[in-house]
Design a protein around this ligand. Structure first.
Ligand SMILES: Cc1ncc(COP(=O)(O)O)c(C=O)c1O
Length: 437
């Protein structure tokens, strides 16, 4: 049944259609039947303009790991608001947050702020190219590093090409950039090794999501990539925009025990405000200040870099995450949700996999026994996925059609409700699979 909307709510949806191309600000169109406008969020729930609640597994696409309106974050932001909004030059909160990041992340000796994760990966790549004095980067098929030109190569949904050829993942990206990027398969160390062995003398850097989308690295993969990049003196960049402060306080590099040279962080580190950063070992951050052979340093400037309100929110978020038991809870709930969802698949006789790690989960409807590489996800039954996620929305759960994010404020009661809704939604999938028999 489509979601009913009162006049005010429908008028907002209509205005979105009028003022945004495709009715969207880029983050996915509103489902005409089940979509709603979010008017507020509190704890583990978001609310539409009519006051109806949805249990939130989207979490603003990841930043809201403490839930919405966490009192400590709100208080820190309020305090900062009285002191000023943005200054461009250094501010105390940004310096304190940089210190906290360096204390947390194994690879972080220094920090440069940006406003978005996309900018962070963009500058990490520019930095690595300057460091190595070469242009080409290697990224992994299906990996996402934001929406800039270098990042949007062979992203999810672009036509497959033989490795290591890239394919532009968006209209408007210069064709010539396909000459600057090589593509390897995440979790296939053998093929990745062959590509790096063959191209190491043209490469400037390797960038990887250590946990790619929702694919957990297989044993030895990240270690193998680290060994190869060390062997050829290539900067290794971990894109930790998603995993930073989520899988462990020190990010995926702590969780999986592999330290890169540079990393991008975003989402959680800004506490729900626009703040991200390039972090790394001093040696690899040096091109920001040390001129190259042409006498140039890496240019990087941004009006809101290290914004004090965002930094205050980030500091408060990290303070809460440091409390004992936070990561144990996040991992335990993640495990519980993945197990619940797997059980639901089996109970309803629906073929599929639940993948993920830590407080992230994703459902893949396919006939495989396991899913490790991006290509393993390509036979995902998107019709079943749509039916499942429409049913979630209809039953009061908000989740993107891909990853689900878990917060520290999802309660045991919320999880019970979730299990019931998963069951209902899977029943819909099973019904549709048997033609409604
Ligand atoms: C791994 C990864 N890198 C980079 C980005 C880009 O971050 P932003 O959306 O803040 O530009 C994202 C966004 O989801 C991401 O998941």
């Amino acid at each position: 049944m489509p979601l009913s909307r009162n006049r005010h709510h429908q008028a907002l949806v209509d205005k979105a259609q009028q003022y945004f191309p495709g009715g969207s600000n880029g983050n996915g169109p509103l489902s005409p039947e089940h979509g709603f406008v979010i008017a507020s969020g509190q704890g583990a729930h978001v609310y539409d303009p009519e006051g109806r609640a949805w249990l939130d597994y989207l979490l603003g696409s990841g930043p809201m790991i403490l839930g919405h309106g966490h009192p400590e974050v709100v208080e820190a932001v309020r305090e900062q608001l009285d002191k000023g909004t943005t200054f461009f030059f250094l501010n105390d909160k940004a310096i304190e947050l940089a210190e906290a990041i360096v204390e947390a992340m194994p690879c972080a000796e220094q920090v440069r702020y940006t406003s978005t994760g996309s900018e962070a990966t963009f500058f990490a790549l520019r930095l690595a190219r300057a460091y190595r004095g070469r242009d080409k980067i290697l990224k992994f098929e299906g990996g996402y590093h934001g929406s800039h030109d270098y990042a949007m190569m062979s992203t999810e949904g672009t036509p497959i090409r033989p490795y290591p050829q890239p394919r532009r993942g968006s209209a408007g990206i210069p064709k010539s950039l396909e000459n600057e990027v090589l593509i390897a398969p995440f979790n296939d160390l053998e093929q990745t090794t062959a590509i790096i062995e063959a191209h190491h003398d043209e490469l400037a850097a390797v960038i990887v999501e250590p946990f790619q989308r929702a694919l957990t690295p297989v044993a030895g993969f990240l270690q193998g990539v680290r060994a190869l990049t060390d062997k050829y003196g290539l900067p290794l960049i971990f894109d930790e925009v998603v995993t930073g402060f989520r899988f462990a306080y020190g990010g995926a590099q702590e969780h999986y025990g592999v330290t890169p040279d540079l990393a991008s962080v975003g989402k959680i580190v800004g506490g729900g405000y626009p703040l991200a950063a390039v972090v790394g070992k001093k040696e690899f951050m040096a091109p920001f200040v040390t001129p190259d052979a042409d006498g140039m340093v890496v240019g990087q400037v941004g009006t809101l870099n290290g914004n004090p309100i965002a930094a205050a929110a980030g500091l408060a978020t990290l303070r809460v995450l440091r409390q004992p038991g936070s990561y144990e809870r996040l991992h335990a709930v993640g495990q519980q949700v993945r197990e619940q969802l797997t059980a639901t698949l089996r109970e309803h006789g629906v073929a599929g996999q639940v993948i993920g790690d830590g407080p992230i989960f994703q459902l893949i409807f396919n006939e495989r026994d396991s899913v490790h590489t991006y290509r393993d996800t390509l036979d995902h039954d998107t019709d079943k996925n749509r039916i499942f996620h429409d049913a979630l929305l209809q039953n009061g759960i908000l989740k993107s059609a891909s990853k689900g994010y878990i917060s520290l404020v999802h309660s045991d009661e919320d999880l019970e409700e979730t299990a019931q809704v998963f069951d209902k939604a899977m029943a819909e999938v099973a019904k549709a699979s048997t033609g409604g028999q």
